[in-house]
Every structure is written in C-alpha cells, then in structure tokens.
Design a protein around this ligand. Structure first.
Ligand code: ADP
Length: 532
C-alpha cells in the first residue's frame, strides 16, 4: 500500500523536513509527522465528500506540500490521483479530464483561471478545491469551490488506512500524446512501491536519509519521477520548488535547503547551467542529479562533473515505466576501465536494475547481440511497466510473453549498458541505412556555440530521406553552417552528416520540455535539400 510509505516516514523519520516554495510566495516547512496527519485529514475529507475506491480525483498543481498530501490522501483510500499537465493544450486537457471522468479537481491558484476557462466542459466534476487558505481564496466561478485548508479543517487527523488488493489503481498520468489522443497510464499500489524500491537502490539513484531531494520534474510528469514516494521510503528531506521554475529560484533553493539531489529534463539544466556560468554561482551541496526524458548531451555530463562536482545519473524511461527504465551508473567492472571508456559508458542511457528487464530485437526479428553496435527495437518487461492504457484495455500492446514495445531504438553492449539511438519514428532511413538523429543532435549540442539541435529526415529523390539539422546558436555567438559541419565531420562518417543546417532562434517544445519533432517535421515537410 502506498500509505505504508508515508506511515514509515512519519514513524521512523518523523522530524525530517518537507520544504516548499508556496504558490502564495513564502517558504513553508514542516516534517513528515505533520504531513502524515494532514494526509489523513485530506483522506477523511475526501471520504466525507463521498469519494469511493476507484474514483478519479484530478490535480492541476505544482510541486508543493499540499499536492504531496494528496498523493497519499487520495491513493491511500483507494481513489485514483489523476495529475494533469497544465501546459497541455486546452483541447487535450478537456479530452483527458472527460476521458478519466474525474469527480473532483484540486487546483493551484496559478491554474484557477485555466480551470474556469475549461470548467464548463467538465460534466463529471462535482466540486473544485483551490490549493490555498481562506485568506488567499480568489473570487471564482468554479463549482462548489472551497479552499483546501477549509476543506480539510474539520477532518480528523488520524485514519486507519485501508488495506486492499495491491493491484488496485493508485494514480493516473496521461502521456503527452505527440500522435493521436493522449493515453492514460494507470499505476497501482504494487507498481508504485516496487518501482520506488528499485529506483532508490545504490546502483540506481542511490538515495538515502542523508539526502535532500529536489524534484524539479513536475508531479504531473510521471509523478515527479517517483520522488514523492522515494523520499518518504528512504527518509530523505524533500524540497519542493512550487511555481518558481526559473534558474535563479532553483539555484537559490538548492543552496538555501542544501539539496544533494535533483531531477529534471535536460532543457531545464541547460538554463540552470547557463545561469550558474554567467553569474559565477555555485551549487556546492549538490552531489548527484538524475536527468532524463530525452538524451543528455555529453557536454552537460562533463560540465556537471568538472565544474560543479555533481555526478549525472542519466535515466531512460517513459511514463509507461513509472518512469525509471535504465540508469547510467558505474559498475565495479567499468570503474576499472580507462577514464575515456568510463565517460563513454556514462553517456549511454544505462543499465537495468533488479525489477525490470530489457531486450533489443533487430531488423530481422532476432535478439540483437550485445556488441554496442547492432540497433533494434527496445522492449521492456517489469511489474512497474504498463500493461494497457486506461479504458483502452482492448488495445493491449504487450506481446505474448508480456513484453512492452517502447517505440525506441537502441543498442546494448557487453557491460549491459543500453544506448538509445532513436525513436522508431525519428530514425532517418537513408538508402537502406539508418542514421541516428539523437547522435547528431548530441554531437551538435557539444559545440560550445550551439545550445540546442534537432535533426529530422526530409525527402530525398535518391536516398529516400536525408538528415536536416536545425540548430540554435548560443546568445552572442555566430557560427556558420560549414563550421558546424566541419565540427561534426570529425565524429561521423560522411554519409551520416546532415545534408543541410538551418539556424533558428528557438525550437518548438512539448508540454514536458522535449523538442517537438512532429511540429518540426510539419514545418519542414516540403524542405528542398541543396543535394536533392
Ligand atoms: P512524454 O513525451 O509524454 O513526456 P514520456 O516521458 O513517457 O512521454 O517519454 C518517453 C520517451 O522519452 C522515451 O520513449 C524516449 O524516447 C524518450 N527518453 C526518455 N529518456 C531518455 C533518455 N535518457 N535518452 C533518450 N531518450 C529518452
């Protein structure tokens, strides 16, 4: 049961803190024993509202202590916490709220306007709770609106958490759905607890009571990568950034709360590292960071290590894998190899932990050899990988042996390190050969004058497709196409190089901060390559 995680923290790490930069502004701090009581109050308040096991309860909220309480209050009574990404388009939010048939919605002050704009379209929602106190409660048209502090005020601060089937659903997260409708991934008590155990391990994220964890990844993106579960399970301090996601606020919070560990997508770290560099700031308390969601450029791993003494643990994962799939950490065997090989290994997406298995199937349908070169479709199997999507049970993607197709293309090597070479749909097929868009993007981002790059395949009359690179130059720098091509030519065979490079001011991003290839493909679908 998920409730057992917070009960453990309250009992054995009761004084360890949860610190939040609140939406209202000030820093809020309390301890696990206080959070436990307030989670019980929220559970009791939900029960008096008539919430039943299996009911979906939505949140539109930042990473805060109140949102954390709902992670336990909602799931703890057998209801399903549906965390919604507020950066999705209105149409997508409408679709997922109605698809999930959410009964109640908990909304941060920042998203009241959004909820009001869309609220008329949500027939299932009986009541809204605004995540604030009475003093900050806005005038609002939201149905039955009440402040969270009023909602829980009279509820008892004790509950005997119910014990039920561990396979029962606990939370729901829709993938951003770059193609087709968003798909709801349901987590269970069992998958959540096993995933937290696997992810906290030494060979994975290496978390313990001495850590102060800062989840920058939002609670609506695969449950902040499980940090709201792992922190209580290990007794770590939890530091929650609230709405302030700008580099300066993040750096301040790291320093003021002595965060030792943080997790975020590469685009966030690019901004934070730029800020650190340009202001000459330090983050000396930080020991490790996990970065994932898209490929981590080698230059980012190097900068963290060489300038800030921070170990980067790249993870590969998906909403469907809870999200941790693989983690790049050193094994004793690899730690004995040359620094150059270690660096290469650590830039891969990493190894599996106990609890998840991977296999790679090549173009001919055979298992790819562990040679670090043969690429193929990546499959996973795990008690914390999705088996089907919510209310789409007839479209089970698993094969007969229970393996889940990830849609990624990868290699793996003799040391067990997996490397993502592409998304199945992003691979560039040039005259029967595959060109990895990710490798070209990573290499380009390694140039000091390039902050971001995206590579897509565009039509070529002879080769079917050839790579086109879009690159964003760092502010105040100039770099020509030939200079960048010359730089890439040192790392790639001639036929793998982009046929053209277009410099742009920015690249379109998805709601989770990834480069939106579908939008780029649409914009450049008729692009005429000079070679064509
Ligand atoms: P969303 O696009 O909704 O954020 P996910 O977070 O589930 O969806 O995206 C999962 C996908 O992100 C993976 O299938 C993979 O393509 C990509 N991905 C995640 N981590 C990495 C990584 N470390 N390197 C390369 N690609 C990654």
């Amino acid at each position: 049961m998920i409730s057992s995680l917070l009960r453990y923290a309250a009992t054995y790490h009761g004084g360890r803190e949860i610190v939040t930069r609140t939406v209202e502004g000030p820093i809020h701090r309390y301890a696990y024993r206080d959070a436990y009581k307030r989670a019980a109050k929220s559970a009791n308040a939900l029960l008096s509202e008539g919430v039943k096991p299996g009911d979906r309860i939505a949140t539109l909220a930042w990473n805060t202590h109140r949102h954390f309480e709902l992670f336990y209050g909602v799931s703890g009574i057998g209801a399903v916490l549906h965390t919604i990404n507020p950066r999705l388009f209105d149409e997508q939010i409408k679709y997922i709220v109605n698809h999930a048939a959410d009964r109640m919605m908990f909304v941060d002050l920042s998203f009241v306007e959004l909820a009001e704009r869309l609220g008329g379209e949500f027939p299932f929602i009986e009541r809204y709770v605004v995540l604030t106190d009475r003093a900050h409660m806005p005038r609002t048209t939201l149905r039955g609106a009440i402040s969270y502090e009023d909602f829980i005020a009279d509820a008892p601060d004790h509950i005997d958490w119910p014990d039920f089937d561990e396979h029962a659903a606990s939370s729901l997260c829709y993938t951003s759905g770059t193609t087709g409708d968003p798909k709801g991934v349901l987590y269970s008590h069992r998958s959540t607890v096993i995933h937290a155990l696997a992810a906290a391990q030494r060979g994975a994220l290496d978390l313990g009571a001495e850590d102060a964890i800062l989840p920058i990844a939002p609670m609506y993106h695969a449950n902040a990568w499980a940090m709201p579960y792992i922190a209580p399970m290990t007794g770590a301090k939890l530091v929650l950034p609230g709405p302030k996601m700008d580099p300066e606020s993040i750096i301040d919070l790291i320093n003021e709360e002595s965060a030792t560990f943080a997790c975020a997508v590469p685009t966030v770290w690019t901004m934070v590292l730029d800020h650190l560099e340009s202001r000459g700031l330090r983050i000396d308390s930080m020991k490790r960071t996990t970065i994932g969601g898209s490929a981590v450029p080698q230059s980012m791993i190097d900068t963290f290590r060489d300038k800030y003494d921070v170990r980067v643990l790249q993870i590969w994962g998906m909403t469907e894998t809870s999200p941790m799939g693989t983690v790049s950490s050193l094994t004793p065997e690899v730690a004995n190899l040359s620094p150059k090989v270690q660096r290469e290994q650590l830039s891969k997406q990493g190894r599996v932990q106990y609890g998840i298995e991977i296999k790679i199937v090549d173009k001919d349908g055979s298992l790819a050899p562990r040679d670090g070169e043969t690429s193929g479709d990546l499959w996973v199997k795990s008690p914390f990988a999705a088996k089907c999507y919510f209310k789409r049970e007839d479209e089970i993607p698993l094969d007969d042996d229970g393996w889940f197709p990830t849609g990624d293309v990868a290699t793996w090597d003799q040391y067990g390190y997996m490397k993502i070479t592409d998304r199945t749909k992003d691979v560039i097929k040039s005259g029967g050969e595959w060109i990895s868009s990710i490798e070209l993007e990573n290499a380009a981002s390694g140039h000091p004058y390039i902050t971001q790059a995206a590579v897509i395949g565009v039509y070529h009359p002879k080769w079917e497709e050839r790579p086109l690179m879009l690159a964003v130059a760092a502010q105040g720098t100039t770099i020509s196409k030939d200079e960048l091509l010359g730089y890439l030519a040192k790392q790639f065979a001639k036929w793998q190089l982009p046929d053209d490079i277009v410099f742009v001011d920015e690249l379109p991003l998805t709601a989770t901060g990834k480069i939106k290839k579908t939008a780029i493909r649409e914009t450049y679908k008729d692009y005429k390559l000079p070679s064509a």
